[in-house]
Design a protein around this ligand. Sequence first.
Ligand code: FUC
Length: 835
Amino acid sequence: MPNLFFFFSRKGVLLMVISLAAIYGAGVCRADQTADPHANLTGRTEGNGDPLTLWYSAPAVVWTDALAIGNGRLGAMIFGQPEHERFQLNDITVWSGGPQPDQNRKDAYLALPDIRAALQNGDYSTADKLTHDRMNGPAPYDASYQTLGDLNFDYALGDGAITDYWRWLDLNTAVSGVEFKVGDDTWKRESFSSYPDHVLVTHITCSRPGSIGFTVKLARANATTTLVGQDTLMMVGNTDYKNRKGNCDYEAQVQIVTKGGSVAGEGDHLVVTGADEATVYLTAGTSYILNYDKNYRGDDPHAAVTQQLAAASAKSYEDLKAAHIADYQNLFKRVSFTLPPSDASKQPTDARLKSYGDGKDDLSLAVLYYQMGRYLLISSSREDNPLPSNSQGIWGDGLDLPWKCDYHFNINYQMNYWPCETANLGECHLPAIKLDASLVEPGSKSAQAYYNAPGWYCAYTTNAWGWTAPGANLPWGTFDGASGWICQDIWEHYAFSRDKDFLKTYYPVMKGAAQFYQNILVPDANGMLITSPSSSPENRFETNDGKSGYMIDGSAVMREIIWDLFTNTIAAAKVLGIDDDFAKQLQDAKDKIRPPEIGKAGQIEEWGHDWDMNAPDDKSDNGLHHRHTSHLFAAFPGWQISLHKTPELAEAVKKSLEIRGDFATGWSNAWKINLWARMGDGDHAFKILNQQLRLVTGSNTIMGGEGAGGTYANMFDAHPPFQIDGNFGSTSGINEMLLQSSERYDDPAAPNEDRYYIDLLPALPSQWPTGSMQGLRARGGFQVDLDWQDGRLTTVTITSVGGTAAKLRYGAKTVGLNLRLGDVIKLNGDLLQIR
Ligand code: FUC
């Protein structure tokens, strides 16, 4: 039997993948009998029938087949290979690179008058050149999120054929398993990553006592693994990359405890022989701390990792599992979503994705996908995470990951947190809010350097190290709206939770961002306020006379973001009863911000000029069909445009969406689901959701067109490559199809409070005539349970979880609501109280 351990270097992973692809590629039969004695793997034809279990009848071949587990911080991708098993490991704090105090271009702001003059004169090539040369980020942006390494198992299974194989991920319990038979022996392995016990656990059983034998190795590029005693491995290293030392030291320890048999250390691995059962415990940590003043370096991780391992391995598997499930379900079980299952839903998950088509035959796949988004959020963003969910959540294989696997601020990072509050996972929002707040200090230096302005700002992206400067190149590097946009995290968390102490703590972050924008707003030719220079993320304009460029005066998205930030900051000041004068100043400025405008095609103008239709119609990602829908920010995630309040602008949003078309990257699809839902068109939202539920296998980058978007076999979103924002954005889109609470109204009885319309089933697709969604949250502090039949609301139950007044809206009817904390009210489809 070949020992594949030695193939697990970074290059070796590829060798392994190729060999497994040859073995398993044809489905369930292995082609190369000499490579492995288990020539005839046959998979189960039935799962467990549970609607919230992902399951497969063959092991993973590529990384996006593997199943993800995580406790917010510590995660693994489990391949489910019977004999040579691979767990690819991650810890959210493993980042190469380090802080870059020289990230800003000193005195860049001195270029502003020249750039503004060039823009006023319509000299766009000069404006682009000046912005690129004098306002870009001079420092290299090369820190990347990285893998923590691999935990490899090499099992001695005997020579029989492998039958009854299946692997699964149960979203009800956040436990993943692999089960199969070899001859008469039934092997079962279960794994989870425990939040309460800070440990990743695998439990291995076999029906024949004394038959469990395997070796375990813990490895990573440039790491050192040593034995500790006879049952523990310790791996230590630094996140150096290309001979540059990283600012992060990591450590992982793995210990095996068996029932029966023995564990022994040999060289750099552990060997289990003759056991009845075995439990593998893995703990990990790094020196990382989210603290600018401490240069992002905290304590050496050794003491914590050792202590967590000792505490966890002293507990039984059953106790750890029970604690893990109870803790996880406390979050996960808050929301239940039901659509009728069908025969198609009994298939393995990859087969379901492959056959889903227009969704009619397998409605409940959307339920699994929705709950997968909630599962991934819980698994990558627990309340005290040292960092938030990045562009791959916490799961990434490699040392230099796509787009550095960072926190992209021109849509991606924000989208990760869109579903959070409505899907009743408010606690999971906190890591993002802490990251946002951590940018105030470095961001105030960027505000000074680039605009000589007070307050703080950040540009297109950040990483673990407080990056706030623009990037090296147009158009992606120069987006000034990030700080305004990410402050939505703070306001939204308050709007749902009504936690005034929280708002008070984080209000200064909003205020600092607002002060920055207040300072950089300039009047346009008509005296309305805009920003100059400004951009529309990653897009490019064509003027009526054939000029093109990236930088403009007064892009729509910048005006819309600033409107949003000022609106929320004014509301926060009122709620807190503070900063009256400042709020008045913001109100004055807000009233002068140039509003969204409608162009000749009936569209929302993206550039502050009626130029949208000049863009080429080349069916790719460029021009008319560009993946970013930044100018529609005002409709989602903003609310400056809404169906009820600004119906003409809402029509223009629809027109813009039609012009953009339906095919785009995963996250772009997800954004459009939310936008169509806000526009009240559930069928169009559903159509795009169906596009997302297409099976994708390739990982080469696709930026647009019909090959973009989709879902991998393990239910990860495909940009492609894998990017988790599309998962979270789609989950948010389903929230928005069934419940919205974005539009505010004034309450004369409580003029300082923010009040919301709660829209019930605002964009229910005709393909979902019957269903139920229980436990969603609405702004204003309410929990909402919905049931519908024949396309009509049948009952709605509202519970006050902090809120008092709201207006419920369904169809043509609106009713007022006045509850006290804890009150529950149940209404029928005519919004009449039934009990
Ligand atoms: C933005 C998008 C890309 C990609 C990257 C991580 O730049 O335009 O499509 O999602 O972020």
